[in-house]
Design a protein around this ligand. Structure first.
Ligand code: PMP
Length: 444
C-alpha cells in the first residue's frame, strides 16, 4: 500500500513521470492529453523551456531569503509586472503559496483595514452559495460548497451566503439578464441591511465560477450592480480569480470583462503555471494607505511568502504570456472549443448546458433536458466521465457540486493556452466518446 494519502484514499492514481507540452506520461508509458491544466493550472503546458530555465537559474542564484529579512529581485519584478496590468486602483501585491492562502490573506487584510480605519465593528463576510474559495478554514467558511463544508462546520467562522449568479439554473425564463443581475444585487443589499451595513466587511465572489459548477460566467451587468451596492455601504469587494484569472477567460483578469475593479483580488494557479506553487493578493492603494497610517504592518505571514524561485517562475510566465501573444490564442481557441462542443454534444439529450469564456469551458449533464433534473448523485456520473476520459488518454476535471440543494454533474475543460485547432478537435472528440460511454453505463 502507498504511504501517500491520495485524494481517493482507497485508490492509488497512475504515477506521472514526465510531461511535455499538452501531454503527461505515466510510469506504464500511457499518455494523457491535459485538457484541464490539472485544475486550471498549467496554462503554458508542460516543460516550457523559458520557465524551466528561470526556475533553474533562480534556484542556483538565490533559492530562499526570508521576507522578515529581505526582499528579492524576482519578488519586486513580479509585483511590478502584476501592478502594471492590474485593474484600476489596485497597486499592491502580497505573495502567497497558493489559492487558499491568498483567500485567507484577503479576508484578514479586509478585516485589518477596518480595524485600522476605526471601524472594528465590521466583521461579517458575505459570499455566495455556489462558490469554492479553498480548503483552509477561513476559505472554507466563506465558500458555499456544502459537502466540503459539512464535516468541518463546527470549526468554521460565521459567514453569510446569498444566491449564486447562475443563469442556466436560476434565471426565470421571462426575466432579462439585466433584471436577473439586478435581482441578485438587491438580494445582496438586503443581506447587508439585515446584518447592519456598519457591521459588514466584504462581499467575496469568484468572477467566473469554477470548482462548484464549472465555468459559470456572470450575467451582463451583475458585477456592476454588486460594485454599486458594496460602494453604497462601504463594503469591500473581494474577487477570487484563483481559477478564472491569469488569462484563463481571455483577458488577464476576468473582471476586465465586467467593467469593474475589486478592492482586493486573489490569484494563484496560472501565476506559477504549475512550475512553482505561488499565489498573490492584489489590493488597492486605499487599503495600503490604511496599513501605513495605522500599525504599519499586515499582521499575517508565512515562511515561504514571496519565495524567490516561485516569483522567478511567475515573472517568466507573465513574460511568456505577453511575448507569445497567448491571450489572443485563448480567445480564438475558446471560441473554437465552444463551437466544436456545441456541434459534438449540443444535441445529446443529457447535455443541458455548454458554457464558459476563453479556455474555461464546461459541459453540464442532466437526466432530463426539459426539467433540467439532475442525475442521481449516487451514480457519480461526473466521476465516470473522468474515468472514461482517462482511459481514452484525456484529462478533464469532473465536478458534482450542489447548488441550492440540486446536485449537478459538470465537466470542466481548461487546457493550456498553447492548444491549437487540431488539439481542440482531439479534446472534443475524446470527451464526446467519454460522455457517451459514461451515459451508457448509467442507463444500462
Ligand atoms: N479559490 C478558487 C476560486 C479556486 O478555484 C481554488 C482552487 N480550486 C482555490 C481558491 C484554492 O486554491 P488552492 O487549491 O491553490 O489552495
Amino acid at each position: 500500500m502507498s504511504h501517500v494519502l491520495h485524494r481517493a484514499a482507497r485508490a492509488k492514481p497512475p504515477t506521472a513521470v514526465r510531461a511535455q507540452g499538452l501531454v503527461i506520461e505515466d510510469k506504464e508509458g500511457r499518455r494523457y492529453l491535459d485538457a484541464s491544466g490539472g485544475a486550471a493550472v498549467s496554462c503554458l503546458g508542460h516543460g516550457h523551456p523559458r520557465v524551466v530555465e528561470a526556475v533553474r537559474h533562480q534556484a542556483g542564484t538565490l533559492a530562499f531569503a526570508h521576507t522578515g529579512f529581505f526582499t528579492s529581485e524576482p519578488a519586486e519584478q513580479l509585483a511590478d509586472l502584476l501592478i502594471g496590468q492590474a485593474p484600476a486602483g489596485i497597486d499592491q501585491v502580497y505573495f502567497t503559496c497558493g489559492g487558499s492562502e491568498s483567500v485567507e490573506a484577503a479576508l484578514k487584510l479586509a478585516r485589518q483595514y477596518f480595524v485600522e480605519t476605526g471601524q472594528p465593528q465590521r466583521r461579517h463576510f458575505i459570499a455566495r452559495r455556489q462558490s469554492y474559495h479553498g480548503n483552509t478554514l477561513g476559505a472554507l467558511a466563506v465558500g458555499g460548497n456544502m459537502w466540503r463544508r459539512e464535516p468541518y462546520a463546527p470549526l468554521l467562522m460565521e459567514a453569510h451566503h446569498v444566491a449564486p449568479c447562475f443563469a442556466y439554473r436560476f434565471k426565470e425564463e421571462a426575466e432579462s439578464e439585466e433584471a436577473y443581475g439586478a435581482r441578485l444585487a438587491d438580494e445582496l443589499e438586503a443581506k447587508i441591511r439585515e446584518l447592519g451595513p456598519e457591521t459588514v466587511a466584504a462581499f467575496v465572489a469568484e468572477t467566473v465560477v469554477g470548482a462548484t459548477a464549472g465555468a459559470v460566467p456572470p450575467v451582463a451587468g451583475y458585477f456592476r450592480r454588486v460594485r454599486e451596492v458594496c460602494d453604497r455601504h462601504g463594503v469591500l469587494l473581494i474577487l477570487d480569480e484563483v481559477m478564472s484569472g491569469m488569462g484563463r477567460t481571455g483577458t488577464l483578469h476576468a473582471c476586465e470583462q465586467e467593467g469593474i475593479a475589486p478592492d482586493i483580488m486573489t490569484i494563484a494557479k496560472g501565476l506559477g503555471a504549475g512550475y512553482q506553487p505561488i499565489g498573490a493578493v492584489l489590493f488597492s492603494r486605499r487599503i495600503m494607505e490604511a496599513l501605513l497610517a495605522g500599525s504599519g504592518a499586515f499582521m499575517h505571514g508565512h515562511t515561504y511568502n514571496g519565495h524567490p524561485v516561485a516569483c522567478a517562475a511567475g515573472v517568466a510566465v507573465l513574460e511568456t504570456l505577453r511575448e507569445e501573444n497567448l491571450l489572443e490564442n485563448v480567445r480564438a481557441m475558446g471560441e473554437l472549443m465552444q463551437s466544436r462542443l456545441d456541434a459534438r454534444l449540443g444535441q445529446n439529450p443529457h447535455v443541458g448546458d455548454i458554457r464558459g469564456r476563453g479556455l474555461f469551458r464546461a459541459v453540464e449533464l442532466v437526466a432530463d433536458r426539459e426539467s433540467k433534473a439532475c442525475f442521481d448523485p449516487a451514480l457519480k456520473l461526473n466521476a465516470r466521465i473522468k474515468a472514461e476520459a482517462m482511459q481514452r488518454g484525456l484529462m478533464v476535471y469532473p465536478m458534482g457540486g450542489t447548488v441550492d440543494g440540486r446536485q449537478g454533474d459538470h465537466v470542466l475543460l481548461a487546457p493550456p493556452f498553447i492548444v491549437g485547432p487540431s488539439d481542440v478537435e482531439t479534446i472534443v472528440e475524446r470527451l464526446g466518446e467519454a460522455v457517451e460511454a459514461a451515459l451508457a453505463s448509467v442507463q444500462r
